[in-house]
Every structure is written in structure tokens, then in C-alpha cells.
Design a protein around this ligand. Structure first.
Ligand code: SF4
Length: 63
């Protein structure tokens, strides 16, 4: 699956990192980044949760 991050909209709440720690990390700059390449099937449910619960809508699943 492919997840997109709008770094302009991320406020660094850490919600996504809490829900999918293997996929998201809030960096020292207070903005999230996607770890590794892209999430695998095992992370899919957690990523969907994170996308749904991001308070600013900074995460998206295109396609
Ligand atoms: S949940 Fe949204 S606002 Fe919070 S760190 Fe993740 S991408 Fe940023």
C-alpha cells in the first residue's frame, strides 16, 4: 500500500506513530515521516486507523 504525508498539514501530534509505530515517526523537527519504503500488508489495518485518526488530515491513501 502507498501512504502519502502532507508535511505542511502535520502538527506532530504523534497519533499516527502511536497507532502504527512501524510505519510513522515524528522527527526532531516535529513533523512525521514514513519509515522505510512503504507499509506492507501486515501494517495495513494500523495505517488505515492512523489515516482516519490524524487530527489534521495530513495522511492519505491515494488510489
Ligand atoms: S497523526 Fe497527523 S498530525 Fe499527528 S503526527 Fe501523524 S501525520 Fe502528523
Amino acid at each position: 500500500m502507498r501512504v502519502e504525508v502532507d508535511r505542511e498539514r502535520c502538527v506532530g501530534s504523534g497519533t499516527c506513530e502511536l497507532l502504527a509505530p512501524d510505519v510513522f515517526e515524528v522527527g526532531d523537527d516535529g513533523v512525521v515521516r514514513v519509515l522505510g519504503t512503504q507499509p506492507g500488508p501486515a501494517d495495513e489495518d494500523a495505517v488505515r486507523d492512523a489515516v482516519a485518526q490524524c487530527p489534521t488530515g495530513a495522511l492519505g491513501l491515494p488510489g
